[in-house]
Ligand binder design. Structure first.
Ligand code: GDP
Length: 365
């Protein structure tokens, strides 16, 4: 822990900070967070392994923290838990706002906990940083699941760029696995690269869509269809049951065109109707996901995919680390500011400026 926290803690108690928080809640919380000592990794790991819910929340808060001492503790924690992770079925879920993701998770999650599974729900929502809102933030559609002792729901970490959110969610997956959750649902929305990132941290990827006419097919980006292992046409109930079936056939046709992915069992990806309201099709969806996962596990594709994902995250983490180090380096920052102005004035090309900034960073100027 940084010495300044130690000396500061002697003067200000957490109680004082709470009083301060009455004046300004968010300031108080931020200060309280800055003042708390980083948790001890070993006892936290022990409690987490026992499946203690509060320990899981604390551990996720730890991996989400940007404090340097927390980062050290988080890395130690993940190291201690290394043999306890990897056991869950990791499922990504995407879909436009309003297609019924929350309703689906509520019902699907309930189905799974009813069948004896422990289910964790995480989210990757890069827009929450800008809007202040977040998917899963409004849990009113997940009332039952929120109270279910075998379900754990964690909204997207706020206030970070997608890369940061994704890294923390990836680590949160590992923590949920160590805490004994056998199914991990990672929800996202189609913003920028978020779907690719979620597909890159899960074993199975589900695209949820709403029933519509043929033109809607064009609205789903081809790239997202290619990520999907299963397309669920939600709201297949009441008046929408017919349109949902028609949408399923539209997609079935389109999916035949991308059926040459290695690592796919026969007939994957496929489309099917479901209803988060009536529950229809949900057991079938779970069965299909299980079949794909079991086939891939048996054929070695699942382990291969996870190894590839790990390789990409390694590379990605190094790139992010370098950028962060650059941003924190005084000489690099000064060069960057100066060179930005020169680029802006058209005095130097961005490429030449980048080389100079990098030389300043690496101390070769
Ligand atoms: P999200 O924005 O994707 O999380 O969507 P929500 O779960 O909040 O649902 C958006 C709207 O669609 C709500 O009014 C839901 O009641 C409705 N909805 C969700 N699932 C179904 C379904 O299976 N059938 C019908 N008819 N409506 C649904």
């Amino acid at each position: 822990m940084a010495p300044r926290f130690v000396s500061a803690r002697r003067e200000v108690s957490l109680g004082d900070l709470r009083t301060l928080g009455d004046v300004s809640n968010s300031l108080g919380d931020a200060l309280a967070d800055a003042m708390r000592p980083a948790p001890e990794p070993q006892p936290l790991a022990d409690r987490l392994r026992q499946g203690e819910r509060r320990a899981l929340s604390q551990a996720i808060t730890l991996v989400e923290s940007r404090r340097a001492d927390d980062r050290v503790a988080a890395e130690r924690l993940l190291e201690i838990l290394r043999d306890d992770v990897g056991g869950a079925r990791r499922i990504g879920l995407t879909g436009a706002p309003g297609v019924g993701k929350s309703s689906f998770i509520e019902r699907f999650g309930g189905l799974l906990t009813g069948a004896g599974e422990k289910v964790a729900v995480l989210a990757v929502d890069p827009s929450s940083a800008r809007t202040g809102g977040s998917i899963l933030g409004d849990k009113t559609r997940m009332e039952r699941l929120t109270r279910d002792p075998n379900a754990y729901i964690r909204p997207s970490p706020a206030g970070a760029a997608l890369g940061g959110v994704a890294r923390r969610t990836r680590e949160a997956i590992l923590l949920c696995e160590a805490a004994g959750y056998g199914v991990i649902l990672v929800e996202t929305v189609g913003v920028g690269q978020s779907e690719t990132m979620v597909a890159d941290m899960t074993d199975l990827f589900v695209l949820l869509i709403a029933p519509a006419g043929g033109d809607e097919l064009q609205g789903v980006k081809r790239g997202v269809m290619e990520l999907a292992d299963l397309i669920l046409v939600n709201k297949a109930d009441g008046d929408l049951a017919g349109p949902a079936r028609a949408t399923v056939s539209d997609y079935a046709g389109a999916l035949r065109l991308i059926r040459s992915r290695p690592g796919d069992p026969e007939g994957c990806p496929s489309a099917m109707p479901v209803s988060a309201h009536t529950g229809e099709g949900l057991e079938e969806a779970w069965r299909r996901l299980g079949e794909i996962d079991a086939w891939r596990a048996a054929e070695g594709w699942r382990a291969g995919k996870r190894r590839e994902q790990a390789a990409r995250w390694l590379r990605y983490a190094i790139e992010r680390g370098l950028v962060e180090a650059f941003d924190q380096d005084a000489a690099a920052r000064a060069a960057y500011q100066r060179l930005s102005k020169e680029v802006d004035a058209g005095e130097v090309t961005p490429e030449v400026a980048a080389s100079r900034a990098l030389r300043a960073f690496l101390g070769k100027s």
